[in-house]
Design a protein around this ligand. Structure first.
Ligand code: NDP
Length: 255
């Protein structure tokens, strides 16, 4: 009975940046919980492969290729998804990227690229889907922050600034839209093994440091983000607004 709270049957979810990594794992997990999930990314071949793999499991999966930095493309895609599949109940703003480098040498274009991909995209997609959710008086928006929403670290100053912005955008949207029965929350992952972190995964010194620094003593597995995504996408979180759920093996709980 209480498990029904987490049931996503009949829900339509759009997960940005879900052709691989964290987005793919959350999309697959939500589809396995009953949702019809729309995958997104820019590389159409990669997107199609991800969709085929999940459809072979018998899951309800669609694809929508667009660039999350382009607000016009987002609006067109959201409109098309709603016309062809149905109203989007859940939006996960997951697409994001990383550029590493010393702050004193960081290039303008990399700074702008990070803000466009990690911050502007989150606002543009929330605005486009949120407008429709307001009219329907219900919806779930989940933004993907990071432990860098809370903690600084050398060589990733601009990324840290973007994830701090995602945290505060989550609180701002929650404050504005809770009255419309829209719950806006964030998941803040610690360090997970994905393409985005390839350089770190392959760096033995960093990996040793991370495992010592993290109370759980290891990297995260992307499957360990699925429970948080289902929780924040489901009726189990109907009175949770503006919460930042750390999924980090205790990293931000300790010094
Ligand atoms: P990956 O690099 O593995 O995957 C990124 C995904 O986003 C791909 O599907 C990519 O597809 C898509 N994407 C990138 N740019 C765009 C764009 N402009 N428009 C549409 N889709 C895009 O990243 P992760 O899975 O590691 O990260 C996902 C999110 O989680 C990011 O927001 C990241 O900051 C955050 N995060 C990750 C952590 C980790 O440990 N990995 C820790 C904390 C937060 P394509 O290139 O085809 O567009």
């Amino acid at each position: 009975m209480s498990l029904k709270l987490f049931d996503l049957s009949g829900r339509i979810a759009l997960v940005t940046g879900s052709s691989q990594g964290i987005g793919y794992a959350m999309a697959a997990g939500m589809a396995r919980a009953g949702a019809h999930v729309v995958l997104n990314g820019r590389d159409t071949a990669k997107l199609a492969k991800a969709a085929v793999d999940l459809r072979q499991e018998g899951l309800k999966i669609s694809e929508s290729a667009f660039d999350v930095t382009d607000s016009t493309a987002i609006e067109a895609a959201v409109s098309e998804i709603e016309a062809s599949i149905g109203p989007i109940d859940v939006l996960i703003n997951n697409a994001g990227k990383q550029h590493r480098g010393p702050a004193e040498e960081f290039e303008d274009e990399h700074w702008r690229d990070l803000f466009r991909t990690n911050v502007e995209s989150t606002f543009f997609a929330a605005r486009s889907v949120g407008r429709r959710m307001i009219a329907r008086k219900r919806g779930k928006i989940i933004n993907i922050g990071s432990v860098q929403s809370e903690l600084g670290r050398p060589t990733i100053v601009p990324y840290t600034a973007t994830k701090g912005a995602v945290k505060m955008m989550t609180k701002g949207l929650a404050a504005e839209w809770a009255k419309h029965n829209i719950q806006v929350n964030a998941i803040a992952p610690g360090y997970f093994v994905t393409e985005l972190n390839k350089a770190l995964v392959e760096n033995a010194e960093f990996s040793d440091w991370l495992c010592k620094r993290t109370p759980a003593g290891r990297w995260g597995d992307v499957e360990e983000l699925v429970g948080a995504a289902i929780f924040l996408a489901s009726n189990a979180s109907n009175f949770i607004n503006g919460h930042i759920l750390m999924v980090d093996g205790g990293l931000t709980a300790s010094v």
